[in-house]
Design a protein around this ligand. Structure first.
Ligand SMILES: [Zn+2]
Length: 57
């Protein structure tokens, strides 16, 4: 579960955001997961991987 969010602010106003899983810098589009807490990823794949890891832990 999640959705894309566009970063619409000019680049100089945007704080650098890193993917919660792989740490990649995200420039334009975030994959946002709101449950159980808000986290951002560089894409759906990382979100799914993170979910899977948590499932195993
Ligand atoms: Zn990532």
């Amino acid at each position: 579960m999640g959705h894309w969010e566009e970063i619409e602010k000019p680049w100089y106003e945007v704080k650098i955001v890193n993917c919660s899983l792989c740490g990649r810098m995200i420039a334009r589009r975030l994959w946002v997961v709101e449950e159980p807490e808000r986290r951002v990823f560089c894409g759906e794949k990382c979100a799914q991987l993170a979910e899977r890891r948590e499932g195993e832990a």
